[in-house]
Structures are given as structure tokens and as C-alpha cells.
Design a protein around this ligand. Structure first.
Ligand code: HEM
Length: 236
């Protein structure tokens, strides 16, 4: 049965809502009770599938941001950063849901995963490829404006747009970092710290990746600024 005015879209589904959102396909992408090794497979799948969708949107927004930067339009690029940041948050917060699984129940879910590993997440891997390109564009913008990174930070009011771009990049890096740390705690809480993942990588190796930064220069510049201030004070 369908409600409201006449439905006009073609395709599978009872209503235009179902046909446009493609709910029949979407909701058939999770195993049903007859196929579960454990009922928490649904929880596990929903968190992963929704994360992949947010990462897909994040990738599309980063690629549009790159396009704007390449075309010399930082104003429009800056407008997309809140979207990218929200996508990362929407992957961060659902990690809480995974902690609703008991470690023992997760061991039953794990049997269904084969060698499935987050290392093969298409969403993360596409972001991992694209984010360094943002840094390349940022460096080109610095060169075009004729300033070093330190000069940009010391005279941020004169280079407002570029400074805001630097801070937006840092924010992306910080949120990706926070996701990694949070994910690591979920992993420790679910399977422990001294075991290996489904592809045989020790969890300790995952822990070492926590320190990874996409834009290390934007973190190091903070130290340079502090040292610059100390040196200036020494001169007076
Ligand atoms: C109970 C939940 C989870 C557990 C126990 C878990 C476990 C792991 C483990 C052990 C690794 C290391 C690689 C391996 O051996 O497979 C890993 C990596 C990874 N996982 Fe998860 N994971 C969980 C949830 C998630 C979720 C919801 C996502 C979202 C997409 C995700 C994405 C990733 C990514 C992207 C990596 C690679 C990290 C990097 O390269 O820095 N994981 N996970």
C-alpha cells in the first residue's frame, strides 16, 4: 500500500520513497536471522555499512574540495570542510554501539568475517589516498601567496582564507586521529591488545598506526611558533 499523492517513479518498491531511496535493495544488504551465526551480526554490519556510506560521502566532498582548490576557489573549498568533519564524526560516534557486544559474543560474530579486515575498507582507503592531495594543493596556495607556513601563522589576519584552510586541514587530521584512537580502544575492549586481527596483523601494530598524521607540518608549526616567541622574548 502507498500513501499520499500518486507515485511516479519506476522501479522496485511500494512507494516513490522506497524506489528513490532504494530501500528494498538497501535493507536486503544485511543477513537475516536465519543466516546469523550470532544475532549481533546485525549490529556489527549496520555500524560498518553506515560507516562506509559516510566515508563515501566524505570522499566525494574531499574530491570536490580538491577540485575547487585546483580551480583557485578556496572560498567554496572552505564551505565543504564542515561536511567532511561531520562525516568523520558520524563514523566516530557509532563505535559506541560496538561496545554493546560482549567480548564473547563478538567472538561468535568474528567467525562469520573470514579474513575481512578494516585494512580493506574502501571508504578509508579512498580517503587515505585523497587527503595527501589536499596538502599538495595547500602548499601550492602558500607558494602562490608568497608566504611560508610560519609567515602565514604569524600574519594570519592578512591571509585569512589560507589560514582558515590550514586550520580546517588540521581539524580533519585531528578528527581522523581521534577516530583511530577510539577505534583502537574498541578493538582492545572487544578482542584484547595482545592478539592478532583477522588478517594476522598484531593489534600492537594497529596501536603504532595511532600516531599517524596526514598533515604533520601543521602540528610541527605549533612548536616552531612557540620557539619563535621564545627567541623574540630573548631579543627584548
Ligand atoms: C568490534 C569492532 C571492531 C574490531 C574488533 C576491529 C578490529 C580491527 C583490527 C584488529 C584491525 C587491524 C587490522 C586487522 O588485523 O584486521 C582493524 C583495522 C581497521 N578497522 Fe576495525 N575493528 C572494528 C570496527 C571497525 C569499524 C566500525 C570500522 C569502520 C569502518 C573499522 C575500520 C577499520 C580500519 C579503517 C582499519 C585500518 C586502520 C588503519 O589503517 O589505521 N573497524 N580493526
Amino acid at each position: 500500500m502507498s500513501y499520499g499523492p500518486d507515485q511516479i517513479l519506476e522501479g522496485a518498491g511500494e512507494s516513490d520513497y522506497e524506489r528513490y531511496i532504494r530501500t528494498p535493495e538497501l535493507l536486503s544488504l544485511q543477513k537475516g536471522p536465519g543466516e546469523w551465526l550470532h544475532r549481533d551480526e546485525l549490529l556489527f554490519t549496520v555500524v560498518h555499512q553506515t560507516s562506509e556510506l559516510w566515508l563515501k560521502l566524505a570522499t566525494s566532498e574531499v574530491s570536490q574540495t580538491l577540485d575547487y582548490l585546483e580551480k583557485g576557489n578556496p572560498k567554496m573549498a572552505l564551505r565543504l570542510f564542515p561536511r567532511i568533519l561531520l562525516c568523520i564524526s558520524y563514523c566516530h560516534d557509532p563505535l559506541d554501539m560496538l561496545e554493546q557486544m560482549s567480548p564473547w559474543d563478538y567472538q561468535q560474530v568474528r567467525r562469520a568475517l573470514g579474513h575481512g579486515s578494516g585494512f580493506d575498507s574502501p571508504g578509508f582507503n579512498s580517503l587515505r589516498k585523497l587527503l595527501p592531495l589536499l596538502w599538495e594543493q595547500f602548499e601550492k596556495s602558500l607558494a602562490n601567496e608568497g608566504v611560508t607556513l610560519l609567515e602565514l601563522f604569524l600574519h594570519h589576519e592578512e591571509h585569512d582564507e589560507l589560514y582558515r584552510l590550514a586550520e580546517a586541514l588540521l581539524e580533519v587530521d585531528e578528527r581522523m586521529y581521534l577516530w583511530r584512537i577510539r577505534h583502537f580502544k574498541v578493538v582492545e575492549r572487544s578482542i584484547g591488545a595482545k592478539v592478532s586481527g583477522t588478517q594476522g596483523t598484531p593489534v600492537e601494530v594497529l596501536g603504532r598506526l595511532n600516531a599517524f598524521l596526514f598533515f604533520p607540518e601543521l602540528w610541527e608549526i605549533r612548536t616552531t611558533i612557540t620557539n619563535h616567541a621564545i627567541a623574540e622574548e630573548g631579543e627584548n
